[in-house]
Design a protein around this ligand. Structure first.
Ligand SMILES: *Cc1c(COP(=O)(O)O)cnc(C)c1O
Length: 439
């Protein structure tokens, strides 16, 4: 893959613009070209045969790999400090492929219980049907995690900042428990991105992104990525499928053939190939545009979020605000430890007047968009209990910290005064503080 040998010396913002790419050798095009091709002409039958055994340089078929996707993958891997990445059709596909590369029927996984609603359902229902048991644990209760580890356990999964209760993962402790037990730590960093949190520095082994969110940044496309830290000993005895010689690999194992890239090669060559959750090169190109400005966007997202959160925290019509970067938030210390640049731009709050006021408030907004997404350049708002987390039972909702009055805000890049003004006009209509008993 086109790459400069000294890329590793570049800083984050330079890598976000140049990582994984040299200008197109045929045309000298400066921007990354979109290679809209399903397949690639082989040099010879020997060349074709070597590629089918995962040996030799070149592309076969865009379900497995594509040159535009390769730039995105290489760039993400460099931004995280990992050894390789696999870009796929969605964040959900990334989680599915990563976790099923680790666990098969009869195996078990441990996941912290403050999760994206789609992930919760994937683990509690779909994986259950596949025979993979997922134990949901309180991410702050290390004894509970330790108690659930047994000889069938294959990984610990967490989100950097849990959705939507914003629980910050204590990554050093989680990676410590995982590694003491010979397990990889898999972390969904969608809410943080490498611009705010370098997970591998805290011991994570595999990083997941829904690139749909801040990495794309403009709410245009669905995608996901798996990044391999290259820092886990897959030959430790617990992952025989990584060390087994396979006929499709010309009687080599993934560890023999790909060494520190064994995980990401296996994910691509097996489940990537078999399940076919392929990322379109066009979407990949959009994510590359997003990465170019990730760092400046995220700084502004955080700045705006801090201002809007502070405004709401002192507002008489607001019951509570949960944003770990507010100085008196109970998680402030953890936020300073893991995300000193700010705990993202997504936070929750409760409006006085409970469920009914919350609904009227959302229905009365004019600028903020009521929709199911986060990490768009535009400010987004939603009521999780009735939407994103509606598949959870009332008990599961409470366990995940989702109360009926909870509203989730993903603060965008508009002028803060305009975001605040829209919230203000809507509170005037919805809050019992202003609305006298006219109904
Ligand atoms: C959106 C999201 C996902 C799922 O990603 P898709 O791209 O929608 O499939 C997973 N985890 C988190 C934290 C998310 O916000």
């Amino acid at each position: 893959m086109a790459d400069r040998e000294n890329d590793f010396q570049f800083g984050f913002d330079t890598l976000a613009l140049h990582g994984g790419q040299t200008p197109d050798p045929v045309t000298n095009a400066r921007a990354v070209p979109i290679y809209m091709t399903s397949s690639y002409v082989f040099d010879s039958t020997d060349h074709a045969a070597s590629l089918f055994k995962m040996q030799g340089e070149g592309y076969v078929y865009s379900r497995n790999a594509n040159p535009t996707n390769a730039v995105l993958e290489e760039r993400l891997a460099k931004l995280e400090g990992g050894v390789g990445a696999f870009a796929v059709a969605s964040g959900q596909a990334a989680i599915s492929i990563a976790m099923l590369t680790l666990a098969k029927a009869g195996d078990e996984l441990i996941a912290t219980n403050a999760l994206y609603g789609g992930t919760y359902h994937l683990f509690s229902e779909t994986f259950q049907g596949f025979g993979v048991k997922v134990h949901f644990v309180n991410g702050t209760d290390l004894d509970e995690i330790e108690r659930h580890i047994n000889d069938k356990t294959k990984a610990i999964f967490t989100e950097t900042i849990g959705n939507p209760n914003l629980e910050i993962a204590d990554l050093k402790k989680l990676s410590d428990i995982a590694h003491r037990n010979g397990l990889p730590l898999v972390v969904d960093s969608t809410f943080t991105t490498p611009a705010l949190l370098k997970l591998l520095e805290f011991g994570a082994n595999i990083v997941i992104h829904s690139t749909t969110k801040f990495i794309g940044g403009h709410g245009t496309s669905i995608g996901g990525a798996i990044i391999d830290g290259g820092n886990f000993p897959w030959d430790n005895g617990s992952f025989p499928d990584f060390t087994r010689k396979k006929s499709i690999l010309d009687n080599h194992s993934f560890v023999e053939l790909s060494r520190e890239k064994a995980f990401i090669s296996k994910a691509r060559f097996e489940l990537g190939h078999d399940l076919g959750a392929t990322l379109s090169p066009f979407n990949s190109w959009l994510f590359i545009q997003g990465l170019e400005s990730l760092s400046v966007r995220v700084k502004q997202h955080v700045q705006n979020a801090k201002e809007v959160a502070a405004h709401l925290a002192s507002h008489p019509a607001i019951e509570w605000v949960n944003y770990p970067s507010l100085p008196n938030d109970p998680q402030y210390r953890l936020a300073e430890e893991y995300v000193p640049g700010g705990a993202g731009a997504i936070f929750t709050f409760g409006i006085k007047g409970g469920l009914e006021s919350a609904k009227t408030f959302i229905n009365s907004l004019k600028l903020l968009s009521h929709l199911a997404n986060v990490g768009d350049a535009k400010t987004l708002i939603i009521h999780p209990a009735s939407t994103t987390h509606a598949r959870l039972s009332p008990d599961q909702q409470l366990e995940a910290g989702i109360t009926p009055e909870l509203i989730r805000l993903s603060v965008g890049l508009e002028d803060v005064k305009d975001i605040v003004a829209d919230i203000e006009q809507s509170l005037q209509i919805s809050s019992p503080l202003y609305v006298q008993s006219t109904k």
